[in-house]
Design a binder for this molecule. Structure first.
Ligand SMILES: Cc1cc2nc3c(=O)[nH]c(=O)nc-3n(C[C@H](O)[C@H](O)[C@H](O)COP(=O)(O)O)c2cc1C
Length: 160
């Protein structure tokens, strides 16, 4: 089953998770960075399955992810559909996923995934570091990408 993994990322955590997902799915998976790759080169007719993901900043997902969903809603509802998130608030991951993606997609979704998070203090600006120190009580870089969750998402997503 030809599968597109379309994602948004700011500091690379979601990209790392999306790449692991592509490895678990195998050779039929193709990665697409919604911020960097050329949307004109993308034809959703080429794919039977689409997984869409992004990360959360102050309760929102990347604008490009939202725009991609809105502009392709009709086509996405025809596919096998996966939605995933990277975010620091583990307890609220499921709630945030339901909030940031459109209701039509959440109602139709075949696999939902929480793929963990990263805080990269080398890449973050001063303000973001301050926010993370105060809100998450984390003072140094941390990587908590959740391999198990990515693997079980992949299994659920491609088992038709
Ligand atoms: C300034 C800032 C705000 C954030 N806000 C939230 C938030 O509201 N909810 C949450 O669960 N995680 C939040 N996070 C955690 C990110 O979602 C997490 O670091 C994620 O792994 C980033 O992925 P990316 O590198 O792909 O963008 C925040 C992180 C930063 C730096």
């Amino acid at each position: 089953m030809k599968t597109l993994i379309a994602y948004g990322t700011r500091y690379g955590a979601t990209e790392k998770a999306a790449k692991r997902l592509a490895e678990f799915i195998g050779e039929d998976a193709q990665l697409f960075n919604l911020k960097k790759d050329d949307l004109k080169s993308l034809n959703l007719d080429d794919y039977e399955a689409v997984a869409i993901g992004g990360s959360i900043y102050a309760g929102n997902i990347q604008r490009r992810v939202k725009k991609f969903c809105e502009e392709n809603m009709g086509a996405l509802l025809e596919k096998r559909l996966g939605l995933f998130l990277c975010c620091g608030d583990v307890e609220r991951a499921d709630e945030q996923l339901v909030t940031v993606f459109e209701d039509e997609l959440v109602d139709k979704v075949d696999a939902k995934g929480y793929f963990g998070y990263e805080y990269d203090f080398k890449k973050m600006n001063f303000l973001f570091k301050l926010v993370i120190k105060m809100m998450a009580k984390v003072n140094e870089s941390k990587s908590e990408i959740n391999e198990e969750n990515i693997k079980s998402f992949a299994e659920e997503f491609i088992s038709v």
